[in-house]
Write a protein that binds this ligand. Structure first.
Ligand SMILES: NC(=O)c1ccc[n+]([C@@H]2O[C@H](COP(=O)([O-])OP(=O)(O)OC[C@H]3O[C@@H](n4cnc5c(N)ncnc54)[C@H](OP(=O)(O)O)[C@@H]3O)[C@@H](O)[C@H]2O)c1
Length: 214
């Protein structure tokens, strides 16, 4: 079936017990080899999307660094436009295309990011309308997109049934903690939803990478 929206790959590294980070927000779970794999994947997509908390906690660059390749457009979900302008993604926005997605009700001051080279998309009244966002990104030429978390963002994508493929690295740690962020946060499904189909399992030394498709 031809989809009118970009193909969505949800990618994450989690502990054996399904956590994305420790309760203090430490999330560097992947080995160097796995990071190389992730960066190879990043260079095949047109955009990479994360939620605001991931920027605030990890301050990632979201670029292709471990292999040679073009950087995807960075897309950040931040309905209130409250991101710090000191974050690396904002500071490097003149060199690497970066889009901040805010709601229609976000304060006008979000336009301050435009002067820093950031594109601003207003989409959805109070919450970000992901289906609409994917359509807008599609019109900008985005055909493939990686969603790289965190758990809250992942939930919105699963909830809206917008995930076409999952690539999850199971890393050799048990982190525990009921406040530690899990692979998928949010309200959760009431009933068991449609299953994903296992496409491939890769073993990378101490880690396994699970590939599922919808
Ligand atoms: N191990 C890994 O692979 C990995 C990857 C990424 C992140 N992490 C970890 O995950 C943690 C952060 O996860 P998190 O669940 O707290 O947050 P998150 O998903 O990074 O960000 C969530 C925030 O993004 C905004 N947002 C996301 N989707 C939205 C939507 N559809 N509509 C409106 N707003 C939306 C909301 O903020 P507003 O309501 O203010 O807009 C929401 O609170 C960090 O500790 C990070 O280290 C780990």
């Amino acid at each position: 079936m031809v989809k009118s929206r970009p193909y969505v790959i949800l990618s994450a590294a989690m502990s054996i017990d399904g956590k994305l980070a420790t309760r203090t927000g430490r999330s560097n779970l992947s080995s160097k080899k796995d990071l190389v794999r992730v960066h190879k994947l990043r260079k095949t997509v047109d955009a990479i999307l994360v939620g605001k908390n991931t920027i605030n906690v990890d301050n990632p660059l979201l670029t292709v660094r471990y292999v040679k390749g073009k950087n995807p457009i960075r897309v950040i979900l931040d309905s209130k436009g409250s991101l710090s302008s000191k974050s690396k993604v904002i500071r490097t926005a003149k060199q690497i295309p970066t889009i901040l997605v805010v709601s229609e009700n976000a304060p006008r001051k979000v336009e301050r990011f435009v002067a820093k080279g950031v594109g601003v998309i207003r989409c959805g009244k109070n919450k970000i309308d992901l289906k609409k966002l994917l359509k807008i990104l599609g019109k900008k030429g985005v055909k493939r997109i990686i969603v790289e978390g965190g758990g809250t963002t992942n939930w919105y994508f699963f909830k809206e049934k917008l995930v076409d493929e999952i690539a999850i690295t199971v890393t050799p740690y048990v982190l525990g903690g009921n406040t530690a962020i899990s692979l998928v946060e949010g309200d959760g499904f009431r009933e068991i939803p449609n299953s994903f189909k296992l496409k491939k399992i890769e073993k990378i030394q101490n880690e396994i990478v699970l590939h599922y498709v919808s």
